[in-house]
Write a protein of this length. Sequence first.
Length: 262
Amino acid sequence: MRVHVVSDVHGNAEALARAGDGADALVVLGDLIDFVDYYDHSKGILGRVFGAEKVGIFAELRRGTRRADTASYIRSLWDGLDDARSVVEEAVLEQYHALFSAMSAPTYATPGNVDSPHLWPQFARDGVHVLDGEAAEIGGLRFGFAGGGLMVPGLVRNPNAPWFPYLRTEADMADALERIGQVDVLCTHIPPLVPELTYDVVARRPEWGSRAALDKIVRERPRWSVFGHVHQPLARRVRVGYTECVNVGHFQRSGKPHVLNW
């Protein structure tokens, strides 16, 4: 069996259409949406809505430590629109139509933090499976899927925000991982809580990793743990006991899937 695994597609439908070439199945670990394109500020949803110049200002603020200034700036941009939520959903749906159409069959997909999972069921079709807190058999191995990112403790959502990232509490993540049962391949969007896997060397800060995923790996010893989320990790591979934990890469930029063979 040969399975290709990708994550952090961020709008790259052209490469996604080739990602399953030569594989028996394709696994997609989320972040389909290109919300903010830090490489080309004219692209992504923010670029489409506000233009490259304003996205450039936001990107510069985002790279710094002034979170309050960043939040204030993006809020001022959204406040300038008559119906920001409708504008964002239209842009998200436009990207999803292109991205799900690019998926080859069979594809098994779980959402990332930069996704809107409530929209995903309408794009599932024969050969394209949407899974979150569920498992599927691929080539005789059991693959378990748990998507989304982790919510910062104490986070209070703004009910008027035009868009919400897909974030779950660690307890909710633990419940999703429990539901999938024992698996041969653990498929998550975020990494297990291992420092080398969570630290982004370009952003120079750790991203969120899941304690519940790490506990499951230690307890149940799957063959592989595959994930994305951290675009430039300190280490792409770390072995935790029996399990090989692999960041499958920033697919938007590389266009290359990670290959699992057995």
